[in-house]
Design a protein around this ligand. Sequence first.
Ligand code: PLP
Ligand code: ZN
Length: 559
Amino acid sequence: MIQLQQKTINLECTYCHTITPLRDFKGQCPACGEVIVEARYDLGSVNVDSWRTGLSRRRNPGLWRYHDVLPIYDRRNIISLNEGNTPLIRSEALAASLGLKYLYIKDERQNPTASFKDRQAAVAISWLKEMGVETVVVASTGNVAIAYAAYGARAGIQVWGFFPELAPNDKLREAAIYGAEIIKTTGNYDQTKELAASFARSKGFFLDKGIKSVASIEAMKTMAYEIAEQLGDDLHDGERWRSPDWFLQGVSGGMGPIGVGKGFRELQSFGLVDKLPAFGIIQSTGCAPMVEAFKRKQRVATPVENPRTVIATLATGNPGRAYELLYDYVAENGGSFISASDDEAFNAIRVLARYEGLSVEPATGVTFAGLFKLVQQGIIKPNDVVVVNCSGHTMPVEKRILGDQWQKLVDMSETGTAPRVPEEGFASVVRQMGDRNLRRVVVIEDNEEAARLMSRILESSDNCQVYLAHNGGAGLRVIQEVRPDLVITDLMMPDVDGFAVLDAMKNDPSLKHIPVVVVTAKDLTMQERQKLQQQAERILQKGSFIDDDFLSLLVNRLT
Ligand SMILES: *Cc1c(COP(=O)(O)O)cnc(C)c1O
Ligand SMILES: [Zn+2]
């Protein structure tokens, strides 16, 4: 095992490939002036296999377990809050409803300040400590400044956070509590970055260069190391590491995927993985300079002057050279740039929260909305191993997602000064709380898995009570008994099939008004389709439950 103090770290220019030792680096390539450079580690005679197997035995979890390939010379300078080592959660309900076998969610919300920016802060602040920097200026839409403020507090480094107008005040307060100086501008993110830069210059403070900083890219690459290690554990019993087929992320400046790409490339050069994942780069429709350029097959993006999105985290209008790097990566390794609207993102947040129990911030909602599209467009295939960067927690923006009806108030003032609520009043309060104006839905489906999935999806709609039946005969009995507001039925079932259920319902005057949605995996004949179109409200193909149409159909039917 190499010792950190003897580690050789060089920087390679991403443009002309000139090598400069890290210790001599002055912020740009001495040959061509390019500011984006990549760290290269001389690992000398390290045996990669014993390094890999030694990791789990000898090292603590967290991103510093990969310290051999991080740009810190002396481990005493490491400032850590146990960042990294976030779980790679295998999705069940969401995966099934998308028809995916291997959908993994890299839960970056579980970092110390609830976003993957903690990786960046940990490495960058440690690096600043090693260089003896005392004050750092950072422009941020929120999460970077929060993370820098927390790690800065631990390191005794003063953080100045510059925020654009769009950044939610809740996020600014979160940064302020760690003692950061907070400056909010009336400009957009790109203008705010310029202001921060001129402030730093005039004060002689260190300016964090974000994506152009070696520490940031190196920090983000640790996600690739963790994913490869975790996928290897899950799919190969830890015998080896592996790359996913896809890595997806909602992108602003692009630091995440650039770092992750570098990480997988490094792992491939060590012989630890055999390929690089394709990238799904997802931007907010109101600020999607990369997506627009990609559509035009251009390697240079045209900046978006006025981002039209409330998703501040993703509002980088001018991606600069970062887009070129990602464009080249996708050209070489596959992938796609696509956008999702704010509404699609908010819808995805609800779906994810209710299917998987994960509450995410809007930027991550954009990522999942993009996932749905890539699957629906057939770009991501059913057997692909997909990893989604679940980049940040909703907190503190739930209120934008929940609307007004998210809580029920129990008025207890009537009970006067009595220390207890009288039995009578209490019962009526409980009754009221239970009465959510429920709509009844009967689901007839013989496949257990599909039935479970459908009732989960339905029950995630607030006011829905689901009655399950596993064959047509039982289904009809339930329908007669509960008189539902909606029936959803499979077609192919033993004995009484979906066609027979429909016939029976349409022949019964008391049932014929109840709308029926047919969900089927069957290729329908022309005749069957015509008959169904007369009797059923809607015919849906299985495996398209996330379809916006399906959700809006249910919402319209049920509210
Ligand atoms: C910063 C951030 C992003 C965008 O990341 P980049 O890789 O820098 O484009 C996405 N989600 C969250 C939660 C973030 O904080
Ligand atoms: Zn150069």
